[in-house]
Design a protein around this ligand. Structure first.
Ligand code: ATP
Length: 311
């Protein structure tokens, strides 16, 4: 029922002036308590969707509600229920992180006694920068400040729009740790990303959007399970002379002087079949490992087949 839904989107469309149709009849439900990934290539429509939710872009059609509040009928409540971490870094360089959070808290009408600016700065690792000018912060620190800023009014939902674009790996990990912590505390998290690995590691559920349409929306585990290609990696006792062939092999590659990787379709064969065929081809196998297809494979499968459909 609707009370279990954090964000409900129904038949949402957006055509920009000039005729670009960025969203085409998009319907999605983000269940409460999840980390939900919105994945798609550049220009797929992810930012448009988020900007409609935050009230920055006007939709052309359809409906959306946030925490049960329709964005047209109850825009104030809808906005109060969501914290958005935007793609671009925008700050007044003359305010300190502490002042920045206090100002935002004031804008949201958070009473002084209920503000938690220092707690938020601590959570994003900026406690010691509380009184530094925002312009002296590094790019990564600014991004963390944006996350703190989005949480000032304690919304039940936080949306991160490509939060780790251009952020180094260590910092990315720190940011994700904080996102996980928020989620454990009960905050529903929506994030858009190009990074499949990130979505796979972090998200409980993933929707893929391409050319303004949702092409899939399912639990991450199921999505990864859709990848049909698996591989067996064989380490051999001697250099590879000729590559083996067999009906169960999809592809055979030499991946090192004494290593071959055999891909197979898990609907048609299993690792045992592949191994038996390799052995009967006379290979001296000294070690075996297997490789699962990952989300990247599914993504390529889905986005390329969607492209083949005329729009
Ligand atoms: N203000 C605008 N006016 C006209 N077209 C726009 C506008 N904003 C976005 N678009 C177009 O709408 C489509 C969707 O853009 P959007 O920014 O929503 O995609 P995205 O998935 O967020 O991509 P990215 O990951 O690059 O931000 C693109 O073709 C884009 O060029």
């Amino acid at each position: 029922m609707s009370d279990q839904i954090a964000i409900r989107i129904d038949g949402l469309s957006k055509t920009y002036e000039g005729g670009k149709r960025a969203l085409d009849n998009v319907s999605l439900s983000v269940p409460r308590g999840m980390i939900y990934g919105l994945l798609g290539p550049n220009g797929a429509g992810k930012s448009t969707l988020i900007n409609i939710l935050s009230g920055m872009v006007r939709k052309s059609g359809g409906r959306a509600s946030i925490w049960g509040f329709d964005i047209d009928e109850h825009p104030r409540n809808a906005k109060a229920s969501i914290g958005i971490v935007p793609q671009e870094i925008v700050f007044d360089p003359f305010f300190t992180p502490l002042e920045t959070l206090e100002i935002v808290a004031g804008l949201y009408g958070v009473p002084k006694g209920k503000r938690r600016s220092m707690e938020l700065l601590r959570a994003v690792g900026l406690e010691d920068k509380a009184n530094a000018y925002a312009r002296t912060l590094s790019g990564g620190m600014k991004r963390r400040l944006l996350v703190a800023k989005a949480m000032v009014h304690s919304p039940p939902i936080i949306v991160l729009d490509e939060p780790t674009a251009g952020v180094d790996i260590e910092l990315r990990q720190q940011l994700w740790d904080y996102v996980r912590l928020l989620n454990r505390q009960g905050v529903t998290v929506v994030l858009t990303t190009h990074y499949l690995e990130e979505a796979e590691e972090l998200c409980d559920r993933i929707a893929i959007i391409n050319h303004g349409k949702v092409i899939t929306d399912q639990p991450t585990r199921e999505l990864v399970g859709m990848a049909r290609e698996k591989a067996v990696v064989l380490t051999l006792g001697e250099d590879v002379a000729t590559l083996p062939h067999h009906a169960s092999f999809e592809k055979v590659e030499q991946t090192a002087p004494r290593e071959i990787t055999i891909s197979y379709n898990k609907d048609r064969a299993n690792a045992g079949d592949v191994l038996a065929a390799a052995q009967s081809a006379g290979l001296s196998i000294i070690d075996v490992s297997t490789r699962e297809a990952d989300l990247e494979d599914v993504f390529v499968q889905l986005t390329s087949s969607a492209k083949a459909v005329p729009t």
